[in-house]
Ligand binder design. Sequence first.
Ligand SMILES: [Zn+2]
Ligand SMILES: [Zn+2]
Length: 148
Amino acid sequence: MRDVLIMPGAAGRCNACGGKLNYRGLGEYVCEECGSLEYDDYGKVRAYLEKHPGALQGEVSRATGVPANRIRSLLQQERIEIASGSGMFLHCEVCGTKIRSGIRCPACEAKYNADAENRKKLQRVKPDISGHSIGKDTGPGQMRFLKK
Ligand SMILES: [Zn+2]
Ligand SMILES: [Zn+2]
């Protein structure tokens, strides 16, 4: 699961002097000792897109050294939003509409959230029939599922 974690430079140390890096937010780290800035994958992509709005995914990948699939997963985590007019697009996993961040388009996202609400309600209908601590020390676990 290495891909999920976003790590600063080598073990959180400044590449210039080896000092401790402090996270400044938005993928930027600053060295306690020499004040130099370091970027993690997110910071690199973000900084590049700030300077080159509308850059293509392949271009960003080449310029930052961050693999394209990594950029894509950052987009899906909504940590980066694609500038309007960019050639970089994601597609809604439900209807295929072009989207700029996340996994679903706003319409499908709303529907998905509504469905999730419904699922929660359905779960709530099933009451907790075990009362409290029935069968805790009195026998096998199956005891608690016996019908009254
Ligand atoms: Zn340093
Ligand atoms: Zn959609």
